[in-house]
Design a protein around this ligand. Structure first.
Ligand code: NAP
Ligand code: ZN
Ligand code: ZN
Length: 360
């Protein structure tokens, strides 16, 4: 099976846009999807968000990319086919798929709804599925997914602005819950106002937190405060302002995608404060030990969230009217969008209008 071409290895024809090498440039790509099995849901994809992880992967910044690669793990669409064991969905349902499409389903992590920490977790793209074939993501017209990895998309939530929650939303929601960062009135700093950061800001406000954005981009200040609801904004290149914030924050969520200094962030925390790093730069960050030890501070990480928590997050966001701020693009603009994302030039998530622009 592994020797067959992407176009012939499975019975169902599929079409997407793929990168052929680490230039990361995407172009049209014919491939195939497996037949819908007993546990599977076939989904016609309507929208797919563009996460910075897509960019890291396309450019092989993490060193494990394989090509051709169809990225995309913020997928929303409509159910078109169901396996005989699938009862939680019906044809025509609005559904979502995030960063993973498989796991062992029997380890301690899977049994605790933490499939995201299962040693056999299968990424939605650039991974090997249980049947030995490659996974291809959501920059494509349809996908076949095991029902365990499909979530119900709230009726009240728009498809385009809701799609980014499938990765960005759960990635910031899960650590806030796990690390106990939801106590109303506490002070949360968010580093990097991009896809993850702006959703963290909205979710933080919904939990009743005081939220300060820490950003390199002074031009994001007005909308961060006036439109997104931030309580304060610190430009990271302004040492005086940063210094004035030292010792004021209970929690920090760091979403920066590149190597950067943790020293000022640890200084912004109060004693007992928590710094949760979510960004995935290609090189290690330096961890200053003195502020950590002297202030009993905690540095932690977190990887997306389990399927149950992804559903909980979507329902929470629907209840609080939270969606992403998106720039919707047709697929033929995807390479321009990726270039702009690399420069942090997006307000605040690109979403591909797959259903209306993906045709051969
Ligand atoms: P994004 O939209 O590009 O946002 C990242 C933000 O970080 C930028 O908007 C920018 O904000 C800031 N930034 C970028 N380069 C910087 C630099 N050199 N120095 C300081 N700040 C910089 O990306 P995203 O989609 O939110 O993803 C952010 C990171 O999280 C990526 O590394 C991604 O791979 C990772 N990620 C992790 C998980 C997980 O499960 N842990 C899930 C999804 C994504 P300002 O302009 O405001 O400074
Ligand atoms: Zn992502
Ligand atoms: Zn498992």
């Amino acid at each position: 099976m592994a020797n067959k071409s992407p176009e012939t290895e499975h019975p169902q024809k599929a079409f997407g846009w793929a990168a052929r090498d680490n230039s990361g440039v995407l172009s049209p790509f014919n491939f195939s999807r497996r037949e819908n099995g007993d546990e599977d849901v076939t989904i016609k994809i309507h929208f797919c968000g563009i996460c910075h992880s897509d960019l890291h992967s396309l450019k092989n910044e993490w060193g494990f990319s394989r090509y051709p690669m169809v990225p995309g793990h913020e997928i929303v669409g409509i159910v078109t086919k169901l396996g005989s064991n699938v009862s939680k969905f019906k044809e025509g349902d609005r559904v979502g798929v995030g960063v993973m499409v498989g796991s062992c389903k029997s380890c301690d992590y899977c049994n605790q709804d933490l499939e995201n920490y299962c040693p056999q977790m299968v990424f939605t793209y650039n991974a090997t599925y249980i049947d030995g074939t490659r996974t291809y993501g959501g920059y494509s017209d349809m996908i076949v997914v095991d029902q365990r990895f499909v979530v119900r998309f709230p009726e009240s939530m728009p498809f385009d602005a809701g799609a980014p929650l499938l990765c960005a939303g759960v990635t910031v929601y899960s650590p806030m819950k796990y690390y106990g960062m939801t106590e109303a009135g506490k002070h949360l700093g968010i580093v990097g106002l991009g896809g993850l950061g702006h959703v963290a800001l909205k979710i933080g406000k919904a939990f009743g937190l005081k939220v300060t954005v820490i950003s390199r981009s002074a031009d994001k200040e007005i909308e961060a405060v006036e439109r997104l609801g931030a309580d304060a904004f610190l430009v990271s290149s302004d040492p005086l302002k940063i210094k004035a914030g030292f010792g004021t924050m209970d929690y920090i969520i760091d979403t920066v995608s590149a190597v950067h200094s943790l020293a000022p962030l640890l200084a912004l925390l109060k004693p007992n404060g928590k710094l949760i790093t979510l960004g995935l730069p290609d090189k290690p960050l330096e961890l200053p030990i003195f502020p950590l030890v002297l202030g009993r501070k905690l540095v932690g990480g977190s990887d997306i969230g389990g399927m149950k928590e992804t559903q909980e997050m979507l329902d929470f966001c629907a209840k609080h009217g939270i969606t992403a701020d998106v720039e919707v693009i047709p697929i033929d603009q995807v390479n321009v969008a990726l270039d702009r994302l690399a420069k942090s030039d997006v307000r605040y998530r690109f979403v591909i209008d797959v259903a209306n622009s993906m045709s051969k």
